[in-house]
Design a protein around this ligand. Sequence first.
Ligand code: HCA
Ligand code: CU
Length: 380
Amino acid sequence: MKVGILDSTLREGEQTPGVVFTIDQRVEIAKALSDIGVQMIEAGHPAVSSDIYEGIKRIMKLKREGIITSEIVGHSRAVKKDIEVAAELEVDRIAIFYGVSDIHLKAKHHVTREEALNIIAETISYARSHGVKVRFTAEDGSRTDLNYLIQVCKTARDSGADRVSIADTVGILYPTKTRELFSTLVREVPGLEFDIHAHNDLGLAVANALAAVEGGATIIHTTVNGLGERVGIVPLQVIAAALKYHFGIEVVKLNKLQQLASLIEKYSGIPMPPNYPITGDYAFIHKAGIHVAGVLNDPSTYEFMPPETFGRSRDYVIDKYTGKHALKDRFEKLGVKLSDIELDQVLAKIKSNPNVRFYRDVDLLEIAESVTGRVLKPKP
Ligand code: HCA
Ligand code: CU
């Protein structure tokens, strides 16, 4: 199975409401994405604004110097002006997008299916005449009539595109459908490679990306922390972990995901929920007594993979759900020795205050002192 990542934090990610990256941040993000090992970076749509243009210019300079090694992709509408702007920057690849569902053809482009094929062919050939690789994006591809979608892909291929992105623009795909769609396209349109661009409107983006890979897609579009229009697309950290777990494929350096997620959290201003998979604060924190006892014995009882894989560590919280194993372990870590009976007494105190959300170490010491009548000194 062959699969790589195109990260679009700098393009799709900046389409999150309220998110703006400065030029310096764009360059730093591109470097971090290259360092972690993404195959392609969608660095922006340069015709949108001068800062995006300038960002890509600086990223291309680092590419030429060998500091950035990922393939750099510039987004473009299917209009010559946009293509010229991207070609001027000498990006490695131009990604031309065009809405191909009947809804988009009618309500947005006001063209017939036939006219759309001509526009697609013309603009791809125009980009190719600048000597640049081209990906075509079938925007709203998932809501496009299958026979017409096949025609679109053939037109793209015959005009010189070597890749087509099938965009689930409004996030309505379902994994079994997705797998079937991609295996049909791979079979019907030889000579092309396919990207999956999955939006997360129904929470299925990661599942659809995995299904697309099973169907034969070779590039998955991601953003760090799942940023993007509305509720975003496939989060890099989650798909990277899923590909490792299910297929044994390490698409990026997993132990650097946390750092990257924090960088994007800072620059985007969009906080990561604590219960976010892989990089959220609680991703490897356990709570119920049964869970903590299990994990203290053998972490794999309640962890799908060790947190160290992702550069993280495990922990547990103490509250009314806590059991004796956890409590004993916590006091041992604090360097405080309590008898069995004393531990039971501390636990009884904790359970008699069911509304306390978290017991900090100082709170636990205070309870233990009141139970034992001794002055307890924790390890420094
Ligand atoms: C957009 C459309 C797009 C394109 C995806 C792609 C989509 O916001 O401009 O180029 O693969 O979701 O259809 O993001
Ligand atoms: Cu999108």
